[in-house]
Write a protein that binds this ligand. Sequence first.
Ligand code: GAR
Length: 215
Amino acid sequence: MKKRVGILISGRGSNMMALVAAARAADYPAEIAAVISSAPDAAGLAWAQARGLPARAIDHRAYPTREAFDWAVDAALTDAGVELVALAGFMRIQSVGFVARWEGRQLNIHPSLLPLFKGLHPHRQALDAGVKVSGCTVHFLTADTDSGPIVAQAAVPVLDGDTPESLAARVLAAEHRLYPYALALVASGRARVEGGRVRIDAVGHPDGCLLSPQP
Ligand code: GAR
């Protein structure tokens, strides 16, 4: 049985597009049961609706409190039979109750190698720190921002002359490969949280390493 996934977006939605594309494969272990945008004018929402996906806006500005908005989202996810939530550029902080309700069933992607560079402007933070490798992380959501158990990470080189924009573009291309893979690991039951860490069954381990800069 494919796991029913709800994707929450707020903007461009390129990670949602990568998940939608992956889920078209017959042997992918998840199907997209709902796309919910917190912004009615999000480009990603128009894209999803144009393709006939079950996509709708829940405008956060129409709700008096964070909790009221979250419970509207929760109701929509529940109505759609969603079992796993994937945040994809969803730019709303969630209430403690919502996070607790979906704990262990909600994934986020963050464009840094966590636990480095949490929060806003991770690419600017990475450049300021002078790291030679950055990347992206898919993790389970917990109450502490960008701190939940890590499912998978992808690394990219940081190049001399990079700007936050050029680094973001390189990381984003990695995000589009990582998120469908990480969601598949969770949806298939191969990735499980145990003792605050994610254990992964039966995946190969890379025997190489990324040298950055290249020799
Ligand atoms: C992505 O780079 C994602 O990692 C980031 O927002 C972008 C959304 O792009 N998320 C965060 O920074 C969350 N802290 P998208 O709408 O094209 O997927």
